[in-house]
Write a protein that binds this ligand. Sequence first.
Ligand SMILES: Cc1cc2nc3c(=O)[nH]c(=O)nc-3n(C[C@H](O)[C@H](O)[C@H](O)COP(=O)(O)OP(=O)(O)OC[C@H]3O[C@@H](n4cnc5c(N)ncnc54)[C@H](O)[C@@H]3O)c2cc1C
Length: 473
Amino acid sequence: MSGRYDIAGLKARLGGIRVEENPALVRQKSRDFFWYSPRLKRQLDGVTGDIVVSPSSEQEVVATLASAYELGIPVTPRGTGTGNYGQAMPLSGGIVLDLSGFAGVKSVQSGRVVAEPGAVLSAIDAVTRPQSGQELRLHPSTYHTASVGGFVAGGSGGVGSIRWGGLRDFGNILRLRVATMEATPRLLTIEGEDLHKVSHAYGTNGIITEVEMPLAPAYGWLDVIVGFSSLEAAAAFANALGEQDGLLLKNLAVVGAPVPHDYFPRHRKFIPRDSHVAIVTVADFALGPMLAFTGRWKGAQVLFRQDTTSAEDLKGLPPGFELAWNHTTLRALRVDPSITYLQVLYPFPNQVKLVAAIHERFGDELPAHLEFVRFDGKITCFGLPLVRFTSEERLVEIMRIHEEMGAVIFDPHRYTLEEGGMKQTDDVQLAFKKEADPRGLLNPGKMIAWEDPAYDYKSGKTYLFKGLGETAG
Ligand SMILES: Cc1cc2nc3c(=O)[nH]c(=O)nc-3n(C[C@H](O)[C@H](O)[C@H](O)COP(=O)(O)OP(=O)(O)OC[C@H]3O[C@@H](n4cnc5c(N)ncnc54)[C@H](O)[C@@H]3O)c2cc1C
């Protein structure tokens, strides 16, 4: 691999900017959580960059990009590498641009915070809470490890989405500053409609050097787990709870039996093996009304309340949101490494019935996991069901059956933007790449529309980036 690019020339140009060339450390920083997927694990396990460059300021980012452009070296940005689809993996080798040390919080105002891209989400709140009584509206369940730049470029939503919708919804990102990949990189301010050019573009068309995110009041949040004897009952309850306009919730997940008992070891003693659960994170002042609402539901059993659990029993318990989103899969994988997962949208308004029908069809091969969110003003749910994996062929078949039954799959076993998303070209992101990365050096291989404009998304074939063979060898 090394020898493909002029790394010595690069280092000579970078002056005092921190670099790392130790192959073991470079390999470590060339990986993310791609191994959630057996298919991506097979395809990407050998991927590694040539050098890690760790800028700590905007000037250092710009200097790195200018040198890389001059020498034709690919640059793959990286926050903290918690993405699940190989987003931050350098398929063509070259530079891993590690932004985790460029991580300051620059200003906090009423309703907004400005931060550098490498700032970890919980570290941002650690500044905004004491200063202003505010916190980020949305964060992934990797709150304590993920960077805000990585969330904007690679994430989609998460904790807070039951109130605020998805990350790409208007208002959930206020402003970005983006460095282009040109001989003399430009620094662009991106706002309003233009945010769609770079949010969730996997860093293929610009490097985010500053983010401005909206803030919400920071309340105390409490976890409650409610058990049900059927998945459909748990899902119907969660849907109705999400629709209660007066109850302020931060997260609302449903996990089907026997997952909570089998894979949430620290919560096991609270949850019978046959319980399908709703995991609710509610504002402390809304707990009483939320329990009153729950009391109306026949068959609802409150299994766990954070406020009444003894200090002894609370010791070591993860927060509710770390049982949700992609943490559910992570916890299952820790117990049973053969497990994988899917990402499903059950179209509104028949989401609860469709969830019940799909899970009835697959039984224990597909343990249920739903995340309730506000989607275009309506409460609905996404699915992150676990899959008891047997073969890649069966995985494809399970996805096909979902689609035949009326669900939409966002395939988490693909490394390209398009295949993991809407399976079509995003013209806005492509146009911006032509302008901001004319040589195609940013995160190569992730945007099919750039690599192979004639690609047929309906062909049913997996897109294979040609450059991958050379790195993954
Ligand atoms: C256990 C677990 C739970 C998760 N839960 C959620 C969840 O609830 N919601 C969710 O949306 N995701 C979730 N994820 C995925 C991931 O954690 C988030 O998307 C996270 O925000 C990524 O941040 P990061 O710093 O790790 O980004 P990375 O993985 O380092 O990067 C993500 C993408 O952004 C690009 N990038 C990074 N920094 C920049 C920059 N400054 N400029 C341009 N491009 C950049 C990278 O090239 C890559 O394509 C989860 C993952 C795991 C393993």
